[in-house]
Design a protein around this ligand. Structure first.
Ligand code: DOR
Ligand code: ZN
Length: 354
């Protein structure tokens, strides 16, 4: 058995308010705990999106009554809310800005709309950007112009990780995260039936083997592992216009522990990128008496049927992994024992509540 700190996932789509048939604060935080994640930061592309006082309060109220692990809620950067989100900032995990298209309605097309946010935002937490390829380069230019810390979400491409390496070396205040699906899948997984293709829709898209290799070769540039847990139901994924996104909270740790067992990653790197760095980057509180007990020798196959997420599927179905969560202790309380969730709804705390 080994002991890890409670993991922190800075990129989770909880789906509440508005799309609780996919997930809600209860099921998302059960999935988190089952996966050894004791703190999640929730993305703002809900329905409605979280972009003002009313919607922030709506999300935080749902979280307060239902969350079983600790949490923070992002604000979304909209076309005209820069002053308001800066005012609401102490209640938020950080600010999320979408420069590229994805699920939801928060994309900011016009660069003049970015300026106000870069000028006003002063934390807590960096500006987190969905910015792929050349949009990412634009985001780095803005970070430098405004001396503003930015965090690049779900880096997937060789050109991105190498550009971030250069930017860091030149003093740009940039950090970044990579998701397990971009470390373990390539776009060749897309070869096959149309049903499978719908399931594998995700933004950023799965990339080439060269891209995946570049992520593994530049682990030192990757600050955080984040799941981008983005649950959609199987009916939606297998239907017409499949929405992009994978669930990930319950597969993060077994996949990473398997990489450790294979010698591709050290346990120290795992802890640094799934706990130490997210905590520092987002200025998150310590969770006293919190730990995850893992049987690092346990070998088994990942099965959605055994998972807590409401979405009912995983892109890693049947994958053989090594390393199973046996127990999770959160703030002195046993909250998971052998797959059973013992924490009640409402046990989770808001990381920004004073
Ligand atoms: O695949 C994705 N799904 N990428 C995103 O950026 C959004 C997410 C979602 O909310 O479903
Ligand atoms: Zn996301």
């Amino acid at each position: 058995m080994i002991e890890l700190p409670g993991l922190i996932d800075p990129h989770v789509h909880v789906r509440e308010p508005g799309q609780t048939h996919k997930e809600d604060w209860d099921t998302a935080t059960q999935a988190a705990l089952a996966g050894g994640v004791t703190m999640i930061l929730a993305m703002p592309n809900t329905k409605p999106p979280i972009f003002d006082e009313i919607t922030l309060t709506l999300a935080l109220q749902a979280a307060k009554s239902k969350a079983r692990c600790d949490y923070g809620q992002y604000l979304g950067a909209g076309p005209a809310n820069a002053a308001e989100v800066a005012r609401l900032a102490p209640r938020a995990a950080a600010l999320k800005m979408y420069l590229d298209s994805t699920f939801g309605e928060l994309r900011l097309n016009d660069m003049t709309l970015w300026v106000e946010h870069f000028r006003h935002w002063s934390g807590p937490g960096p500006i987190v950007l969905h910015a792929e390829s050349r949009s990412m380069a634009a985001a780095l230019a803005f970070a430098q112009m405004f001396d503003q810390p930015v965090h690049i979400a779900h880096v997937s491409l060789r050109e991105e990780i190498l550009t971030i390496r250069e930017a860091k070396a030149r003093g740009v205040k940039v950090t970044c995260e990579v998701c397990p699906h971009h470390l373990f899948f390539t776009q060749s997984a897309l070869d096959g039936s149309s049903v499978v293709n719908g399931r594998l829709e995700v933004r950023p898209r799965l990339a080439t083997q060269a891209d995946v290799n570049a992520l593994w070769d530049n682990l030192d540039v990757i600050d955080c592992f984040a799941t981008d847990h983005a649950p959609h139901t199987l009916a939606e994924k297998d239907g017409e216009n499949p929405p992009p996104g994978f669930p990930g909270l319950e597969t993060l740790l077994p996949l990473l522990l398997t990489a450790v067992a294979e010698g591709r990653l050290t346990l120290q790197q795992l802890v640094e990128k799934a706990y130490t760095n997210p905590r520092r980057i987002f200025g998150l509180p310590e969770q006293p008496e919190t730990r995850v007990i893992v049987d690092e020798q346990a070998e088994y196959e990942l099965r959605a049927a055994e998972m807590k997420s409401r979405c009912g599927w995983t892109p890693f179905e049947g994958w053989k992994v090594k390393g199973r969560v046996r127990k999770v202790i959160l703030r002195g309380h046993e909250v998971v024992r052998d797959g059973q969730i013992l924490a009640a709804p409402g046990f989770g705390r808001d990381v920004r509540a004073s």
